[in-house]
Design a protein around this ligand. Structure first.
Ligand code: 5GP
Ligand code: MN
Length: 344
């Protein structure tokens, strides 16, 4: 046991009032790791409240415990969130490492007096937490939660610690953050963790179906439109990009969930090693970047688009118009050309 785990173990040997929160627009890793951790802590006799800064996509509504998640952005939940945070004895921050990723909730968490535990795998963390379980080598925060729970339980057999719903939550996070086990972040540890979790007996194919084969027809129609009309490929930069305006999103009646993951399609084009998607929504431009191999989209996202993330999957935001944001992107491409051409 390392010192952090030892200290946590001793802290958690008494009943605590625990908040678990995750990054805004939470994905399956953010919510899955939070709900898996919550189930474990509840089993251990703690009082646990899970708070999401914003709403989440419909294909995550089956995750166990999600019905109790408070959404800070909702007027009806906000007072309760503030009260729970004020009374908390521990705040767990999962799948993010900068408080700005919590949107308006960031200030409340920053000012809270309770000690904080960060569990995360993003690059370059802020140092706001008393305890940090931070490993950029991990493919998912859910993988780190699996490992942390195993350590806290002195490596007891998985079936003595995890039940099926908990294992499903963690599996969902690992499966999605590895792109169903095909990204560069897949390591032996990923498969060993998943193999162990599968000993609980859950149906991994069902989890895949619930997340990926569970979209409204409008999402597929929207995807068809984007791929046929909006995907631009720049072979000289081995780059693909897509730009979606607010008007187009409205035309397809598209919710946040319907654009999720579409950026990855750019990488399916032969020879392309970077894909970017620009989405104009609620007066700002949300940008998603994906890359393969040695090319780091995180550097590009943090240098030019107030963002960050991982080497091969990053995001950012811009308050400029969508037109100007894309112009910035096109202008900086020559600076990265050699690096893009060098990717294996
Ligand atoms: P996505 O494109 O799926 O929204 O995000 C890809 C990755 O980049 C995720 O790991 C996410 O946490 C990170 N990310 C997305 N948007 C931002 C942002 O605005 N700031 C930072 N620091 N990271 C982001
Ligand atoms: Mn993650």
């Amino acid at each position: 046991m390392n010192q952090t785990v030892e200290e946590l173990s001793s802290f958690l040997s008494h009943p605590q009032k625990i908040i678990i929160t995750m990054h805004r627009d939470p994905d399956a890793d953010a919510l899955g790791s939070s709900l898996g951790w919550a189930s474990y802590l509840i089993k251990k006799g703690h009082e646990v409240t899970v708070i999401s800064p914003t709403d989440y996509t419909a294909n995550l509504r089956w995750l166990s415990g999600i019905e109790h998640v408070l959404v800070y952005e909702k007027q009806t939940d906000q007072v309760k969130c503030k009260e729970k945070i004020a009374n908390a004895t521990l705040i767990c921050c999962l799948d993010f490492s900068a408080l700005s990723r919590l949107k308006d909730l960031g200030r409340i968490v920053e000012e809270a007096t309770a000690p904080k535990l960060m569990v995360d795998h993003h690059l370059e963390p802020e140092h706001f937490a008393k305890w940090m379980v931070w490993d950029t080598y991990a493919a998912a925060t859910a993988q780190l939660i699996y490992k942390l729970i195993k350590e806290l339980e002195n490596n007891a057999p998985v079936t003595e610690i995890f039940d099926i719903p908990m294992a499903e939550c963690l599996y969902a996070g690992i499966m999605t953050d590895t792109g169903s086990f095909r990204h560069g972040n897949v390591t032996p540890e990923v498969h060993l963790a998943v193999a162990d979790l599968m000993l609980t007996g859950f149906d991994s194919s069902r989890v895949h179906r619930l997340i990926y084969d569970n979209a409204p027809l409008s999402r597929l129609q929207f995807l068809g439109y984007v791929l046929s009309q909006k995907l631009v490929v720049l072979p000289e930069y081995r780059t693909a990009y897509m730009v979606l305006t607010e008007a187009e999103l409205q035309k397809f009646n598209s919710s946040t969930g319907e654009t999720e993951g579409i950026v990855n399609y750019g990488l399916q084009v032969e020879n392309v090693v970077m894909s970017a998607m620009f989405i104009e929504r609620k007066g700002e431009v949300k940008i998603s970047f994906r890359s393969v191999g040695t090319f780091s989209v995180r550097d590009l996202a943090s240098t030019y688009f107030n963002g960050g993330g991982h080497k091969n999957a990053s995001g950012g935001r811009s308050e400029q118009s969508v037109h100007d944001t894309v112009a910035t992107f096109l202008n900086i491409l020559p600076e990265y050309q050699q690096e893009l051409l060098n990717v294996d």
